[in-house]
Each structure stands twice: as structure tokens, then as C-alpha cells.
Design a binder for this molecule. Structure first.
Ligand code: AMP
Length: 540
């Protein structure tokens, strides 16, 4: 029997309308690319979003059109998120760190109609202009005083365009399955692939992911997403913060430790989200400056595995609780969260530490399973390790304009991650399937070894790859970046790690490198490391 609950569509516009009405003065604060601090309330944000919607309409943007952004986390980028999606167009957030060739590729693949960009990225867009035939207009996200004078072919100025338009706009209501956003995966191999989000998937993830068991923002919080708005919608924060009236702080281009700390301190940030490399930079700054984190209650680490070093530093030195999140561009991205328990625990207890380092429990709406190489579904016993597969209303069923099957025959998305799940539902990633080390038929988790190495006081960064071995086919090779001023011996690091991992996972060798190769979203590029050590041979 179908009952009579109202069939209202889940619309992104409803989130900002709610914030403007209910939390009208709650602040949105940004560090701008011009170097100033901008602040306004949600009501004023909505008024500017409506001006922007009128502008988009004037330039002929219609349902399904792609509008690109190449921008940092700022209030202007936030305005674009809402205006573009709420008129039925698709906000295509481009990761500028992809490099000119791949940015050119995604502009053309998406057939973007307009491109909005921050002044920082003027040279990148100027160089690409003649290679992007579908783009009709470029809009620089600044005011007349800061606009580049020499952008080839000219660029419209964001603030002038908004000032010239009305803030009256009636949001259309359409099918909630309409596309609202587009984000390309960083693609360490091959061309990036596009994932298209919908109003329904975005609003559902904001609702489910924001419960206190998961990200859990409220109007008592001040949230700073360090995770870029070009990396899977800043993990949904631009939607979940207005939904519950949290104060929102955008760091702009200031992603270094000192700039982040300044924003956290001045704006009294209580929760912040980002990838491990960002936290390592912040922690290094705190260490050398002696600064504290007086207002921060929690940091959410995701995008790559949380290390013991980061967990202990935040909780033991700075009294900031640490949560871990796992997800993917293909999952909008929220899959699991490991929220810290209410009471502080003893991280010296190996069982406690092991659980805290797991990727966490499923956000309701996401289902997960692990399957063996032969396709058999494995038990949640904390021991069985298999390919992690997921399904749910905010997980993609197909890539944008990409032929071929994305899902398994029975409708699951294979994440490419390898994991185990314990009887309490805590999932633990042990590897990417392409990074896993197969030693004499056994799988070795590189993440465990990396975490152990990074807890060594002289190690700044560590990564493990498989090296060829005459007897075991593959064995772990540990690559280490030394901490500044430290000069550890390779054998000391190896013995330190040996004590902390299973016998099978003991690294056979340790080599030092000057710098860790990082990809567009701050993750270690193991493809590069494998190239660097392609001829490395271990002895039996
Ligand atoms: P992306 O789509 O660029 O966000 O990358 C998604 C991939 O990042 C996942 O499939 C994982 O391999 C990795 N990842 C994300 N979060 C975590 C985490 N908390 N721990 C370990 N790996 C993670």
C-alpha cells in the first residue's frame, strides 16, 4: 500500500533556504585569495547565491549544463555550489593540482560551458583557453580591483556581475535524481573518470552522515573544512554545515600550518576535516611554534589512513579528539566513520589503539561486504581479508560518459580497497588492491607497516611497496623520508618496525628518499615509487 506522505523532492536549494531562515546570522568566514577576511551570515549568503543564479540564467546556463570551478575553499566557491546546482545545472569542481594536461582533459570531457576561477589560477586557465572550445565565458572570482588585466580574450568579474543583478529568484523544483555536481577521480593511472552526484544523493548523504555517530555537526560548532571543495565536495561539509546551522570557516589558499592555525584560533574552530598530510603540516607548525589548539574538539582524518603518530599527537599533546573517515569520490564520499568514544582511552592499550586506527562503521545507507578472490562473500570476523564492495543511494552506478560496467554482476561497487570487518562492524582497510604485497601467496598489509614506521621519532613520512624477491616473489620495501635534522640508520628503523608488525610483514629493507611523491589530493603516489625502485632486487 502506498500511503499519503508528501512526495517532496530532496533539493539542494532547501538546505541553504533553511539556513538563511533559521540561522540567518550564523557566520560564514573566508580567507580570500586577495588576502582579506570576508564574513557574512547565511541570509546574506543566500541573497548573493540568488544574484549568482540570475547571472547564470542570463548567460544561458540551463538544466544539465556543466559549469566548472577552479577554486579554493571560499565563500564564493560556496555560492557557486548552491547557485549552479539549484537552477538544475551541474557544478563541476576541477582539482587544479591535476596539472594542465588533465585539467584540459576534464574541461573538454565535461564540455564545460562557463569556467569560474580564483585569481591564483589565472595562468593555468589562460594557457588552456585555446584548448577548451566548449567554454563560452570565463569568470574570475574577485572584484574589479584585483581582476587580471591581461586574461586572453577577457574574463568577466564575479563581484561586478553579482552587483548588477537582483537577489530575487524562485528556485525550481525538479526530479531529485537530477544531476547537481561532477567530480573527476584523481586517476593515478589513465585518464580521470567523472562521478556525477544528484540532489537526492547529496541531500541524503548530508542527513545520514551528519548524525552524532558520524560527522555530527551542530549550531554549537564552528567547522573548518581543510579538505578542498574540489575534492569530493569537501566531504559534504558545504551541505551539512548549513543544514544544522554550524558556523563555517573557509581557509582559502592558506593551507599551510601557520595559516590554518590562525583561522582555527581566531574563529574558535571546534571541528576540522582533512587528509593526513595537512595534519602533519599543522602538527609540525604547532611543534616548532609552541602554539596550542584552544577551541578544537575534534579533527576528522580521511582520504588516507590515520597514523598512530597523528592520533597520539592530537589526543595526547593537544587534547583534540580524532575521528577517522573512509570513502571515495565514487561514494560522495562518506562510507564509514570511526568516531572516538566519549571517554578518553589509554592509547597504550594495544586493543584500544588497534580499534582507533580502523576506518570505522558504515554510515546508515551504505552497505558493505568483503569478498575473496574467487568471489565468495567473507565473514565479519576481523580476520578474513577481501575486496571491499559497497552499495547505497550516494554511491555511483556508472561513470560520466564512460562505457563499460562499473558494478559487479549483482550490483555492488568494488572499491579497489582490501579490508577486514570485525564482529562489531568496524572496517579496516589493509591496502589498495593494486598496492597489496603478495608474498608467497599471502597478502601483506602495507598500511600496517607504514603506520608502524611513522611512529618512529625520526621518520617524517613512510610508504611501502613490493620489491621483487627470489623466493617469495614479493616482499615489503619500506621507503622513508627522514624528519628534518634527524639521521636514523636504515637498520634501526627496520628493527623498530619489526617489533610492531606481524612476522610476515617485517620489511626486508629500508631505503631513504628525499621527498614523498604526492598526488593531486595529497596521497602518496605509489606508482611513482614503483617506477623509482623498479629494478630493486631483494636477496634471499
Ligand atoms: P578518492 O576518491 O581520491 O577520495 O580516493 C579514495 C581512496 O582513498 C579509497 O578508495 C581509499 O583507498 C583511500 N582512502 C580514503 N580514506 C581512507 C582512510 N581513512 N584510510 C585508508 N584509505 C583511505
Amino acid at each position: 500500500m502506498i500511503e499519503h506522505m508528501m512526495d517532496r523532492q530532496l533539493m539542494i536549494s532547501s538546505l541553504i533556504e533553511h539556513a538563511a531562515q533559521t540561522y540567518s546570522d550564523q557566520e560564514v568566514v573566508s580567507r580570500t585569495c586577495e588576502g582579506t577576511i570576508h564574513r557574512y551570515g547565511y541570509a546574506e549568503a543566500l541573497s548573493r547565491i540568488k544574484r549568482l543564479a540570475n547571472m547564470l540564467k542570463d548567460y544561458g546556463v540551463g538544466e544539465g549544463d556543466r559549469v566548472a570551478t577552479v577554486a579554493w575553499n571560499t565563500h564564493r566557491h560556496f555560492e557557486l555550489y548552491y547557485a549552479v546546482s539549484s537552477i538544475g545545472a551541474i557544478c563541476h569542481t576541477i582539482n587544479p593540482r591535476l596539472g594542465p594536461q588533465q585539467v584540459g582533459y576534464v574541461l573538454n570531457h565535461a564540455e564545460d560551458k562557463l569556467v569560474f576561477f580564483d585569481i591564483t589560477f589565472t595562468p593555468l586557465l589562460a594557457a588552456l583557453r585555446e584548448h577548451a572550445p566548449t567554454v563560452e565565458r570565463y569568470i574570475v572570482m574577485t572584484d574589479a580591483a584585483h581582476a587580471p588585466a591581461d586574461f586572453p580574450g577577457g574574463a568577466l568579474v564575479y563581484e561586478d556581475e553579482l552587483a548588477a543583478r537582483s537577489d530575487s529568484f524562485e528556485w525550481p523544483i525538479f526530479d531529485e535524481r537530477t544531476a547537481c555536481g561532477l567530480c573527476y577521480t584523481s586517476g593515478t593511472t589513465g585518464d580521470p573518470k567523472g562521478v556525477v552526484y544528484t540532489h537526492r544523493s547529496t541531500v541524503l548523504m548530508a542527513y545520514a552522515g551528519n548524525s552524532p555517530e558520524y560527522v555530527g555537526l551542530s549550531s554549537r560548532d564552528c567547522v573548518l573544512p581543510v579538505v578542498p571543495m574540489f575534492h569530493v565536495n569537501a566531504w559534504g561539509v558545504p551541505y551539512s554545515a548549513p543544514m544544522c546551522g554550524a558556523k563555517l570557516v573557509f581557509p582559502g589558499p592558506g593551507m599551510d600550518g601557520a595559516s590554518l592555525h590562525e583561522m582555527m584560533d581566531k574563529e574558535k574552530v571546534t571541528i576540522s576535516l582533512g587528509v593526513p598530510t595537512v595534519w602533519l603540516n599543522l602538527l609540525a607548525y604547532l611543534e616548532q611554534s609552541g602554539a596550542r589548539l584552544d577551541h578544537m574538539k575534534m579533527t576528522l582524518v580521511g582520504g588516507a589512513a590515520l597514523s598512530e603518530q597523528i592520533l597520539r599527537a592530537f589526543e595526547e599533546k593537544y587534547d583534540v579528539r580524532v575521528a577517522q573517515g573512509w570513502g571515495m569520490t565514487e561514494m560522495s564520499p562518506l562510507g564509514t566513520v570511526n568516531r572516538p568514544p566519549a571517554e578518553r582511552e589509554d592509547l597504550d592499550d594495544p586493543a584500544v589503539l588497534a580499534r582507533r586506527l580502523k576506518q570505522g562503521r558504515c554510515v546508515p545507507g551504505v552497505e558493505m561486504r568483503i569478498v575473496s578472490e574467487a568471489g565468495k562473500v567473507l565473514p565479519w570476523d576481523g580476520q578474513s581479508v577481501g575486496h571491499l564492495q559497497v552499495r547505497g543511494p550516494w554511491i555511483t552506478g556508472a561513470y560520466f560518459r564512460h562505457p563499460g560496467d562499473t558494478l559487479t554482476a549483482d550490483g555492488w561497487f568494488d572499491t579497489g580497497d582490501v579490508a577486514n570487518i570485525d564482529p562489531d562492524g568496524f572496517m579496516q582497510i589493509t591496502d589498495r588492491s593494486k598496492d597489496v604485497i603478495k608474498s608467497g601467496g599471502e597478502w601483506i598489509s602495507t598500511i600496517d607497516i607504514e603506520n608502524a614506521a611513522m611512529s618512529h621519532p625520526d621518520v617524517a613520512h613512510a610508504a611501502v611497496i613490493a620489491a621483487q624477491h627470489p623466493k617469495w616473489q614479493e616482499r615489503p620495501l619500506l621507503l622513508v623520508v627522514r624528519r628534518k635534522g634527524a639521521d636514523p640508520m636504515a637498520e634501526d628503523v627496520r628493527l623498530f618496525v619489526k617489533e610492531r608488525v606481524s612476522r610476515l610483514a617485517e620489511p626486508d629493507a629500508v631505503e631513504f628518499i628525499d621527498e614523498m611523491p604526492l598526488g593531486a589530493t595529497g596521497k602518496v603516489l605509489k606508482t611513482e615509487l614503483r617506477k623509482m625502485f623498479a629494478d630493486y632486487l631483494l636477496s634471499a
